[in-house]
Structures are given as structure tokens and as C-alpha cells.
Design a protein around this ligand. Structure first.
Ligand SMILES: Cc1ncc(COP(=O)(O)O)c(C=O)c1O
Length: 389
């Protein structure tokens, strides 16, 4: 079926975080919210149908994931990425961040050194620091709006005793879809230096312009053995409110330890609606996803061209994946705080401050373009008008 991504849906009515927290974070709710990383699009019809059918059953008691759940996850990964996952090594939790926090807190040791590649999704910093582990920041290198990994720096951090690296693949916020060669080179360092990789692949189905996502664990058997992969259907299919994610471990022992930690808190059960939603998404969502990617590519192209043509003081970074556009606003000469205030209070657009992603995010902003094009047209016109004034 043909999906209509231009449809405007009232999200305030369902308490969407991006609306409800505006006043608290931006000092006004009279703004267009382009910050939280979820989408303003209705989900694929088979997901709605499956959840309706589940709801009609009328009983929402304690529920376990059926075997077919794992089959659906594996089939999708095989179809989309040619990745073979061993079902026995697969676990789940209520989110990729809960998984990463649990892995760091319970499967690493106090004071272990953990590398992140900055600027990066803020909760990575908190997950490491709150667990009392040592954070080693490896800044991405930037050349003319293109970001790449700093291998020399990672080797240096390895010499300092780094034990883990949280890989953001594709990368939020810079939108890189790491190539095979880049991942292989990183993997070689990790193997040589005894670094375990926690690979956050939550954005891995949102791949643009024919780029290809390579699951880190799929590169070789050696790398599989040092990788814990986290992903979900929630980012891909706009199901974040269902709170569900998948983790693939390198061995059964580690998986069992992870599951025991959740069991200690009695969080080993499942949200029954998330099971229905996730299975339908992975089983029947390909058609919607294909149309979504096309629409997002259109939105990204529109945004890029608008900035080039009408707002040349802001230079957008062309994402290879994700629906996030990293905006280089350094020419405006404003601090991170001033920039956020300017965009919210003068332009009426709420975006994520670059500094949310790290110190080297100063002068940048992140724009979420997963919304109807008409919303972007309005937001960009408002930014243009505020800057021209
Ligand atoms: C890189 C990355 N990891 C994790 C998350 C959060 O995932 P979850 O809602 O499953 O905890 C996000 C959400 O934006 C993200 O961008």
C-alpha cells in the first residue's frame, strides 16, 4: 500500500515528549519541535492491525516472547543486512539504553575505561559515568563537513588501558554509516588491544542513498566474539513508546549474566503489546520502511538545498543514515546555549543543542527531519526570517 507521510497527526493529544517537555526545556511551547529522535509518521498498517487484534483479545497478563519472535527478528536482519544471528545468543530489554546501562553497570568492572566517539548521543556519557567507570572521549575527526574515526587516538586510549568501546553505528548525531573498511580497521585495533565493543545499532535500518549498514559482529567470527550488539524495531518503525529492544551477545554465559541481572529486579517479563508490534514490524514492515527511506531522503535533500540557497551561514552535514541532520552553525558565532535560545525564542524551532552531544558539539545543532515536509518548510522559513533580521 502507499503510505502518506505528509499527513499531519496531533501528537500533543498522546503526550508526546517532544511537545510536553517544550516549556520546561526551551522556555516556550510555541515552537516547532524538531528535537526528540522519534518520527511524526503513522506506523505501518500491519503493525496497527496486529496491535488492534492483540488488544481485542482483552487480556494483558504476564507474557513471554514466543520462539516466533526471535525468528522474526532474525529473518529481518538476514533479509535487510545479510546478518546471521544465533537465536541462542539473543536477549532483550525495554530499550537500547537500558541494555547499555545494564551491560556497563553489571558486566564491566568499577573504574574500567570505556571509549566513546564524540560528539555522540548524550546518554552514553551518563551510562559510563553513573556506573563509576572512566570515560575516555575520542573525538571524531572533521574535514569539510565529513566526520571520521580517529584510529590513532583510539590506539592511544587502548594504551591507556581502555577495555570497552561504545560504537554508535550509524552515528548519532553526525549521520555517518561506517563503511566496511572503517569498521574493519576499528575492529583490528579492538582485537589487538583486547577491547570489547558495545555496538549500538539502533539506527541501522535508516540508511540513505543506497549506503549499506554492516553489523559490526557480522564482519568476522573474531569480531563477533568481542561484540555485544544492541538494536530494536523502535527507531526504525517509530515504536519507541512500546519500549522494547534486542541484544545479541558473543556467548551464552554473558547473556545469562545479563538476564540474571534483570531477573534480580523482576524485570524479565515483557510488554505484551510490544511483542505484537515488534513481530508485525519485522515481519511485514519492509514495504513501509522502503517508502519511509524515500520520504526521508526527500526531506534531507529539501533541507540541504534550503540551507545552501537561503541560509548559507548554517552548513548542514549530509547524513548517510538516520533522519537527523547535524547543522554547523559556527559561523553565527553563538555559544551552544545562545544558539538554542536563538532558535527557540527567535526562530520558533526547538532543536537539540550540539553541546548535548559533547563539548565538540559547540556551535552545532541537530535537526530531526522525520516529519511531514510542510512542517520542515515552515521551520526553515522561520529560521531564515530570524537570521535575516
Ligand atoms: C544512538 C541511540 N541509542 C539509543 C537510543 C535510545 O534507545 P531506547 O529508546 O531503545 O533506549 C537512541 C535514541 O535516540 C539513540 O539515538
Amino acid at each position: 500500500m502507499k503510505y502518506d507521510f505528509d499527513e499531519i497527526i496531533d501528537r500533543k493529544a498522546t503526550f508526546a515528549e517532544k511537545h510536553i517537555n517544550l516549556e520546561k526545556l526551551y522556555g516556550t511551547d510555541k515552537v516547532i519541535p524538531l528535537w526528540v529522535a522519534d518520527m511524526d509518521f503513522r506506523v505501518a498498517q500491519p503493525i496497527i492491525d496486529a496491535m488492534k487484534e492483540r488488544a481485542e483479545n482483552g487480556i494483558f497478563g504476564y507474557t513471554v516472547r514466543p520462539d516466533s519472535y526471535y525468528d522474526d527478528v532474525c529473518d529481518f536482519q538476514k533479509r535487510q543486512k545479510n546478518w546471521d544471528i544465533d537465536k541462542k545468543l539473543m536477549s532483550f530489554s525495554s530499550g537500547v539504553m537500558p541494555s547499555i546501562c545494564m551491560i556497563i553497570k553489571e558486566l564491566t568492572n568499577l573504574k574500567d575505561k570505556i571509549i566513546i566517539q564524540t560528539p555522540v548521543y548524550r546518554p552514553f556519557y551518563n551510562a559510563v559515568k553513573q556506573a563509576g567507570r572512566e570515560l575516555l572521549e575520542s573525538p571524531l575527526k572533521e574535514s569539510d563537513g565529513f566526520f571520521s574515526m580517529d584510529y590513532k587516538d583510539i590506539e592511544e586510549k587502548a594504551k591507556q588501558g581502555a577495555k570497552y568501546l561504545i560504537l554508535c553505528s550509524p552515528h548519532n548525531p553526525v549521520g555517518r554509516v561506517w563503511s566496511y573498511d572503517e569498521l574493519k580497521k576499528l575492529g583490528d585495533i579492538c582485537l589487538r588491544c583486547g577491547i570489547t565493543v558495545i555496538s549500538d545499532e539502533i539506527h541501522s535500518d535508516l540508511i540513505l542513498w543506497g549506503n549499506r549498514h554492516i553489523p559490526f559482529a557480522s564482519i568476522s567470527e573474531e569480531l563477533r566474539k568481542i561484540t555485544i550488539t544492541c538494536f530494536s524495531a523502535t527507531k526504525t518503525f517509530n515504536l519507541a513508546g512500546l519500549q522494547s529492544s534486542i541484544v545479541v551477545f558473543p556467548d551464552e554465559k554473558l547473556k545469562q549474566e545479563f538476564e540474571q541481572k534483570w531477573a534480580d529486579f523482576h524485570v524479565e517479563c515483557n510488554n505484551c503489546m510490544s511483542i505484537a508490534g515488534t513481530q508485525a514490524a519485522f515481519r511485514y514492515g519492509d514495504e513501509w520502511l522502503e517508502q519511509l527511506i524515500e520520504y526521508i531522503e526527500g526531506n534531507v535533500t529539501f533541507v540541504l538545498e534550503y540551507f545552501y540557497r537561503y541560509i548559507p551561514s548554517i552548513r548542514p552535514v549530509r547524513p548517510e543514515g538516520t533522519y537527523l541532520v547535524w547543522l554547523d552553525c559556527r559561523q553565527m558565532g553563538l555559544s551552544g546555549h545562545e544558539l538554542t535560545r536563538f532558535m527557540a525564542l527567535k526562530a520558533g524551532v526547538a532543536m537539540s543543542a550540539g553541546t548535548y552531544f559533547g563539548r565538540n558539539g559547540e556551535g552545532f545543532m541537530r535537526m530531526n527531519v522525520a516529519c511531514p515536509r510542510a512542517v520542515l518548510e515552515k521551520a526553515l522559513a522561520q529560521i531564515r526570517s530570524a537570521i535575516e533580521k
